[in-house]
Design a protein around this ligand. Structure first.
Ligand code: HEM
Length: 610
């Protein structure tokens, strides 16, 4: 029996389909049962009311995932937003998410959905870039296969050894996100792009880092239709990055790096090369920095102390088994320097770089664990990523299609409709991550979608996308994050401090999101301007629903449950709220903290140095 081309088989979510269980039907028969026997009607996803012309863009831009969640709780598992005339249908049913990733390009396509990023943000003209896109993805994936990772891990470790003393001062107060950001960015850029990119005149690595994160902050707005002339900060930082990337390509050593090899294989016109490198720079840094921060921060929580100790003793065990223990003072048995009887001048004098053989033994053990998906550190990283995952992933309907949910209901989408999934909302759903999706639990079951081919079963769920366009840097990223978390834990004992900052922030390290909205108060605490004249006029002109959903203004009573949910979200995995809340506003990329996270870092010292 041939499947109708426009009807996408989605009924592979085996646990949920009662009809399948009852009749013991296979995937295809099950879909046909729903289509013809049960005769469910196909309908368009519900359109959310909104403002004339602007639709829902104001509310979505202001409240991000909080608004998406609100729409889901009111309108169900599929609904359509209007964003300045462009319709975007959100899908939450697991079978539809599977189809979103699994369907061939002739049905659900990638290119037109992400063109606004590649073209507007990175300046890559679609006509020239997309014919090469599949090859570039394949080549990057090939350059970062697991068998290539040990060399990268050793280079990352030597960068860590160089930077750790300045970033984690002995007995000093540290803003953890800034320290992690500098460590991860400077190390990974050196490994993937070469040292020359970090040695730009007038400021070197610090200037590059500062400029990149200014670009990153403007990234989402730059993809929107708002003209770039209104975003001068973004334009300046992009221009600087392009100039530095162009210069870095000319260094002969660049050819030996991962990105140098990628450029050579890509066959892209030379003027486009810096633009492609900018895209890879963004993709390789924007997520790993917050992923490392959250993984480390979750392991610092008192309730996760046992996990943190086991992570360290796992490293020790491997070092012992390999017979390298003579060279290494085991991390779990070392005390932070503040607990020793040493004077602080002694502690600082012991600060110097570890001996090569010590570091190499620790790094090899950490690497082994970082690349083993079953190890505790890998599971902790995956779980932290799950809880702070991005809020949107996009595709587009390449023809008129009908999606079928796990329960057999059907949703039709016209050709050209933008389709979105929301991993952040999905990852907080206890049906998919039982028993308690909001808890940090590295021992939980993997997410299994459909037959597991589009999104491989994993704790980190949808964090790396799926299907042919899944993240090509996944293995590298998982290794990098887990390696750094282990090295940092091995090097310093970190404790939260309630004190406010006692140090002056260095230029370029200021916290990005201090000003941003963490939790949209009027999404949870009522309608602040309900009585204003403007509000009354708007209500009269376009109706209550359009104002409420167009601007995101809700009543307290109606949103009491939603309010609790939102409050739990910004601190999910952290019941006592010790960590900074995460910023729910941004849709793209792993969530960043919206407040600084001050910690006291006490360097562990080796017994052999005593
Ligand atoms: C924790 C870290 C990371 C996360 C969570 C992540 C996540 C993602 C996601 C969700 C996508 C889109 C996939 C889709 O739509 O199906 C993506 C694409 C991509 N990622 Fe990653 N990524 C990470 C790290 C990296 C690293 C380290 C690299 C490079 C070394 C990288 C390179 C890329 C590239 C080049 C793309 C674009 C693919 C395209 O244009 O089709 N990523 N990543």
């Amino acid at each position: 029996m041939m499947r109708k081309k426009s009807e996408i088989a989605c009924c592979s979510h085996k646990r949920d389909c009662k009809m399948r269980k009852l009749l013991q039907a296979d995937d295809v028969s099950c879909n046909y049962l729903h289509l013809f026997v049960l005769g469910r009607k196909t309908k368009e996803a519900l359109r959310i009311p909104g403002l004339p012309l602007l639709g829902n863009v104001v509310a979505l831009g202001k409240y991000g995932v909080a608004y998406i969640s609100k729409c889901r709780s009111k309108f169900g598992d599929s609904f359509t937003l209007s964003l300045c005339g462009q319709r975007m249908t959100f899908l939450f049913d697991p079978a539809m998410i599977d189809a979103f990733f699994k369907s061939p390009d002739s049905e659900i396509t990638f290119r037109p959905a992400v063109e606004q990023f590649t073209q507007r943000v990175f300046g890559l003209p679609s006509k020239e870039f997309f014919p090469k896109h599949a090859h570039i993805l394949r080549d990057l994936r090939h350059l970062l296969v697991p068998s290539e990772l040990l060399g990268h891990a050793m280079k990352l470790t030597s960068k860590f050894n160089f930077l750790r003393v300045s970033l984690f001062l002995c007995d000093g107060q540290v803003e953890l996100f800034s320290a992690v950001r500098s460590l991860v960015f400077r190390s990974a850029v050196a490994v993937l792009f070469g040292d020359s990119l970090l040695s730009i005149p007038d400021g070197g690595a610090e200037e590059l880092e500062h400029t990149f994160f200014a670009f990153e902050e403007g990234f989402e707005l730059a993809a929107s239709p708002i003209p770039h002339m209104f975003q001068p900060g973004f334009c300046t930082s992009r221009q600087k990055l392009l100039t530095w990337l162009e210069a870095a390509c000319k260094d002969p050593a660049f050819r030996e790096t991962t990105c140098g090899k990628l450029v050579e294989m890509s066959g892209l016109r030379s003027t486009l090369v810096p633009h492609m490198l900018l895209a890879v720079l963004w993709a390789s840094q924007a997520n790993t920095v917050p992923a490392t921060f959250w993984s480390l921060a979750m392991l610092m929580l008192p309730e996760n102390k046992d996990y943190a100790e086991t992570v360290l003793s796992d490293v020790d065990d491997i070092v012992m088994k390999r017979g390298d223990s003579n060279n290494v003072v085991l991390a779990a048995s070392t005390k932070p320097c503040s607990e020793s009887s040493m004077e602080s001048s002694d502690r600082l004098s012991m600060e110097p770089v570890l001996k090569d053989e010590q570091l190499s033994a620790i790094a090899k053990a950490s690497f082994q664990l970082a690349t083993d998906r079953r190890s505790l550190i890998s599971r902790c990283v995956a779980e932290a990523i799950r809880l702070r995952v991005h809020s949107i992933d996009l595709r587009m309907a390449a023809q008129d299609i009908t999606l079928i949910s796990s329960s057999g209901s059907k949703v039709s989408l016209p050709k050209g409709r933008l389709m979105a999934i929301c991993p952040f909302e999905t990852h907080h759903c206890s049906d998919l991550f039982p028993p308690e999706a909001f808890r940090f639990n590295p021992n939980r079951q993997h997410l299994v979608l459909g037959d597991g081919t589009a999104v491989p079963p994993s704790l980190s769920g949808l964090a790396f996308g799926g299907g042919p366009y899944r993240c090509p840097g996944r293995f590298f990223a998982e290794m990098e994050v887990a390696l750094f978390v282990q090295l940092i834990l091995w090097h310093v004992d970190l404790t939260f401090t309630n004190e406010t900052a006692v140090f002056k922030e260095e230029p370029g390290t200021e916290h990005q999101n201090n000003q941003s909205t963490v939790l949209p108060t009027n999404l949870t605490h009522g309608r602040p301007q309900a009585g204003s004249t403007l509000s009354k006029v708007l209500h009269l002109l376009i109706g209550d629903e359009a104002v409420v959903w167009g601007l995101g203004v809700f009543d307290v009573a109606a949103s009491e449950t939603g309010s609790k949910l939102l409050q739990r979200w910004i601190n999910s995995g952290d019941e006592d709220g010790l960590l900074p809340p995460c910023n729910l506003q941004r849709l793209v990329g792993i969530k960043v903290p919206s407040e600084p996270c001050y910690v006291r870092a006490m360097v562990r010292h080796s017994k052999s140095s005593l």
